[in-house]
Ligand binder design. Structure first.
Ligand code: PEP
Ligand code: MG
Length: 325
């Protein structure tokens, strides 16, 4: 019940046999950050900066963005804040940024693709993020990366912006980490190559499921096919976590799967380092983790890896949840 759950806000996310992970929040504003801390967030696993842009009547300038990011970073104190660069397009529109109508907007001109095409807009945002990094523990994350060249170009622009700021004697965190969302199947498949170059991964299951299964995440008519327990997804997740760890890199998840209590035992066993979710899900997930034993989760994973349908996996996880919750 609510009272029992409330206690978990201030608890660690640690299994009965002492295995600990990080639990963070997905947010858009400083008010969200305050609420997330109250709910027990140990960091921000995803700051959706498009929510900042969407709440403005015109393109926010560097100063405006800097202030908003800095406020959030200050609310979080020393806790990590992963700031995702603009992820517009797909289902998210900006009235003041004209994007031509496309046949398949989710496969089109969006997110990092748009930012690399509109470099001044990207540079303004990176300057604001880097300047905010002087006030806490900021990491930069690119959305919708689909190939290594794209990652290298985006990372190169971060280096250019750092050079500008140095030349102006503006302060920023020289050791700032730069990572990517894993939400396009090509990246999940080539995770080994990406892991050699990026500082961290965060898996975006909302899009990864949509693109891997070719199921529009907004289309209710086919939502029975949209399932993060599809064995193809589990296989990709395993590949991504193993590839990251083989290179000693941190791997989190900020898609909806991270906040699904049924998925938690599986994700723990896979070795996910961080679970980031909407603030309202945090206490329940911490509670779930505290009832589990890693060893049992690992044998659950071994069983799940033998299964060939989402339905079998879901039933297995449901019965595991009932026995261990
Ligand atoms: C995702 O795709 O899983 C994700 C976290 O990003 P968004 O939901 O903003 O597309
Ligand atoms: Mg996404």
């Amino acid at each position: 019940d609510e009272n029992a759950l409330a206690a978990y806000a201030s608890q660690k996310a640690i299994t009965k046999d002492g295995y600990q992970v990080e639990v963070g929040a997905n947010i858009g504003t400083a008010a969200d950050a305050l609420y997330a801390v109250e709910q027990g967030a140990e960091g921000i696993g995803l700051l959706r900066t498009e929510l900042v842009y969407m709440s403005e009547a015109s393109l926010p300038d560097e100063e405006r963005q800097f202030t908003l990011y800095r406020d959030i970073v200050q609310v979080m104190g020393n806790k990590p804040v992963i700031i995702r660069t603009l992820d517009i397009g797909g289902d998210k529109e900006l009235s003041y940024l004209k994007i031509p109508k496309e046949m398949n907007p989710f496969l089109g001109y969006r997110a990092i693709r748009l930012c690399l095409d509109q470099k001044p807009l990207f540079i303004t945002q990176l300057r604001a993020i880097l300047r905010a990094s002087a006030y806490g523990k900021v990491k930069i994350m690119f959305p919708m990366i689909s190939g290594l060249e794209e990652w290298r170009i985006a990372k190169g622009i971060v280096e250019e912006v750092k050079e500008q700021l140095r030349a102006e004697s503006s302060s920023f965190d020289e050791k700032i980490e730069v990572g990517i969302m894993v939400e396009v199947p090509s990246v999940a498949i080539l995770a080994k190559q990406f892991a050699k170059e990026v500082d961290f991964f965060s898996i975006g299951t909302n899009d990864l499921v949509q693109y891997t299964l070719a199921v529009d995440r907004m289309n209710e008519k086919i939502d029975y096919l949209y399932d993060h327990f599809n064995p193809a997804i589990i296989s990709l997740l395993q590949n991504v976590v193993n590839a990251a760890h083989a290179e000693g890199k941190f791997v989190g998840m900020c898609g909806g799967m991270a906040g699904d209590p049924k998925a938690v035992p599986l994700l723990l066993a896979l070795g996910l380092d961080e679970f980031s979710m909407s603030a309202t899900a945090i206490r329940k997930v911490k509670h779930t983790i505290n009832q589990l034993e890693l060893e049992k989760c690992q044998s659950l994973l071994a069983d799940v890896l033998q299964m060939n349908t989402a339905r079998d996996i879901r039933l297995k996880l449901e019965s595991f949840g009932n026995e261990n919750g």
